[in-house]
Design a protein around this ligand. Sequence first.
Ligand SMILES: NC(=O)c1ccc[n+]([C@@H]2O[C@H](COP(=O)([O-])OP(=O)(O)OC[C@H]3O[C@@H](n4cnc5c(N)ncnc54)[C@H](O)[C@@H]3O)[C@@H](O)[C@H]2O)c1
Length: 314
Amino acid sequence: MNILVTGGCGYTGSILVEKLLKKKHKVTSIDTQWFGNFLKKHKNLKNLKLNINDIDKISLKKFNVIIHLSSIANDPMSELDKNLSWETSALGSFKLINQAIKYKVKRIIYASSGSVYGVKKENKVHENLSLKPISLYNKVKMLTERILMSYKDKIELFIIRPATVCGYSPRMRYDLTVNALTFSALKKKSITVHGGNQIRPNIHIDDLTDIYLYLLNISNKHAGVYNAGFENDSIINIAKKIQSKTQAKIKIIKKFNDPRSYRLDSSKLKKIGFKPKKKYIDAVLELKKLYLNKKLKDKPIFHSVSWLKKIKKN
Ligand SMILES: NC(=O)c1ccc[n+]([C@@H]2O[C@H](COP(=O)([O-])OP(=O)(O)OC[C@H]3O[C@@H](n4cnc5c(N)ncnc54)[C@H](O)[C@@H]3O)[C@@H](O)[C@H]2O)c1
């Protein structure tokens, strides 16, 4: 297949593009490369430094599927520049889907976010529950879903709502819960937990990227919205599990400013045949092994919020 990946140089994209190439797909990545470019050169890869808002500068004629990952990808980054967040996700996605329809691209797979549910008491947060986005990031994601959904009769549309992702990527992100706590445990021998009782869903980066691969070929009768997160756990439990593998100390700070708490139910995804293979503890052990082998690097570019702040100043 000929596949366009937006945000292909990001944390998820860097793993996904590698997997697509291994499966012999032809891939084009478009990315502003705000967090660098860790994609290796490959004969079947075209790596374009391009803003999604300039999507009309390229032809989408040859593409069968678009996997749409580009976004300002967390709460604090969205708050840094509210307009940028709306422009990148909502306006950019509007332009992208219009171009995709114009060029008769068959399918678009969009990375929304499980955080669109906000705070939910239900034990099983499934796709039919109402959305109560709290932060700007959550609101932008919800609106972008709705923009894309309004075109669902014109293009095959799959919307994925991933849990917080964990695990290694060449473009590492240390702002994601399991990654952040594990790295702190390894480097500083301590883990700081804010609050701790908030329940968060998790997904390993290998499972998430496998979901995108899985959706390339699945029948369009399954088009729609899918949660993607298979392990719900409290932050304090996550910290304790990491502690058991690293012997780090846990410090609890009662005050916290991120109240999101919800349990994702992803049985819809399992019903269409997807089987997750990994747990978040696998990510912890993989990161630990890389760290002990001195292969887990710490670069300013891997801390998305401070890095975006820095490049916006320049
Ligand atoms: N990582 C997670 O835990 C998680 C969870 C739920 C949803 N998501 C969503 O999955 C997607 C991928 O997340 P990620 O973790 O790989 O984030 P990331 O920040 O590592 O990757 C996003 C990429 O998009 C690029 N980008 C941003 N604005 C752009 C624009 N206007 N034009 C072109 N490229 C642009 C960035 O340079 C970056 O490389 C995002 O949409 C994010 O909101 C991520």
